[in-house]
Design a protein around this ligand. Structure first.
Ligand SMILES: [Zn+2]
Length: 399
């Protein structure tokens, strides 16, 4: 691993010190991190192929639209997908991530087949190779996907997502382990409680836990999802999970934009992780999660670029905090037991994402240009705040 301008060995770089400084030492701590390097960004939730939708779906001749009309446009892209296009879109997406300071990506991978009448899984390889060629660390999250809603058959487009049942899912998971390139890894993934029957979801949770894996799942992104799951299984998804008697500390809940704050508190107390994707949630009109301002968020919060409409962790960090300020009508919404949201946000955008992807090592680093005009106002103690609330990719050296 490389060294910062101070010549420090980053293998011993104390990530915790970045996020838990003593208030009295804050000025010195900020100078220290900016004289060396910061943990690189992690997009812990990505659907790389959706970069192909950029610029689409922003005209509304029929009046307003919503998540579900966007999903139909996404399925149009899905139906045109072949291995070459899947590789090209993923490679373009991952290159753009690298240029934005993202060094690790959690690819929530559900578009897996080239044809609809058989399960060839040929698009798995396209993602693996695209990440390798783009120079980004891939944590592949192959998604279990079984049905079009509780008790509903897969549509034509959704047939390209089929994982083939519980046993086939894990058989393919084990095959994929042998196909990964150097430095790549995998964790478990269930698309959503809409797409996998509840009894199978529980088996996946238990299997992932027994294997020591994280399990990523879309949760409570849209009101319709909550209504469908309650109608089919008697309660909303997060309530079902919390009441299931299963371990949940390895579960990473993506979105959770319609989960009551009291349940998010319980979710965190049980050790599980929350993974908002603020730019995508804003674009789709999903809503804003009711994040509790708790110390647990320091280790159990990650961020993702999701649809990759816009790839910027600076903007994801700011949007997360700004949305919470607008929701709670107070500034400093995510201090999480400390004094500054900036530290919480950078951690969520970097090492928090790695933890959500099963990686406890600090990972790659970014070198910051302290002399950049975006950072040079004020005294040294406000540098990290300037970086998070006023910076962008131009402050990164070598980008
Ligand atoms: Zn997603």
């Amino acid at each position: 691993m490389g060294c910062g301008p101070c010549g420090r060995d980053l293998s011993t770089f104390d990530i915790e010190s970045i996020h838990a400084p003593r208030a009295s030492a804050r000025g010195a701590f900020v100078s220290e991190i900016l004289s060396s390097m910061l943990p690189a960004f992690t997009s812990a939730h990505s659907h790389a192929f959706q970069i192909g939708l950029r610029g689409s779906g922003e005209h509304f001749p029929g009046g307003t639209a919503d998540f579900w009309t966007w999903r139909q446009a996404m399925y149009g892209l899905v139906e045109r997908m072949d291995p070459d296009l899947a590789y090209q879109l993923a490679h373009r997406c991952y290159r753009e991530m690298v240029q934005a300071g993202i060094r690790t990506v959690g690819e929530f991978h559900y578009l897996r087949h080239h044809v609809t009448d058989q399960t060839d899984f040929v698009l798995d390889q396209a993602v693996i190779e695209a990440a390798h060629d783009a120079g980004i660390e891939l944590v592949l999250l192959p998604a279990a996907y079984e049905e079009g809603g509780p008790g509903v058959d897969l549509s034509i487009a959704q047939q390209r997502f089929a994982s083939g049942g519980f046993h086939r899912y894990w058989e393919r998971f084990d095959q994929l382990q042998g196909m990964l390139r150097s430095g790549q890894s995998m964790q478990a993934c269930v698309h959503s409680l809409r797409a996998v029957p509840w009894d199978q979801v529980q088996r996946h949770i238990a299997e992932a836990h027994q294997r020591g894996l994280k399990l990523h799942v879309h949760l409570e992104e849209q009101p319709r999802e909550l209504a469908e799951i309650k109608g089919a299984y008697g309660d909303h998804p997060v309530r079902l999970l919390l009441d299931s008697q299963l371990p949940v500390e390895h579960i990473v809940g993506v979105h959770m934009t319609h989960t009551p704050e009291s349940q998010l508190v319980e979710w965190l107390e049980r050790g599980a992780t929350i993974l908002p994707c603020p730019l995508t949630e804003g674009d789709l009109g999903d809503g804003v999660p009711e994040l509790p301002d708790l110390p647990a968020l320091r280790n159990q919060l990650a961020l993702g670029t999701d649809s990759n409409l816009r790839i910027s962790m600076f903007e994801e960090m700011r949007r997360l905090e700004h949305d919470q300020r607008c929701r709670t009508l107070r500034r400093g919404a995510l201090r999480c037991g400390g004094t500054s949201p900036a530290e919480v946000l950078w951690r969520a955008a970097s090492t928090g994402g790695r933890l959500a992807l099963g990686r406890s090592d600090p990972g790659p680093s970014l070198s910051i240009n302290q002399e950049h005009h975006l950072l040079t106002q004020g005294d040294g103690s406000s540098l990290l705040d300037a970086l998070v609330f006023g910076g962008d990719e131009r402050v990164l050296k070598g980008q």
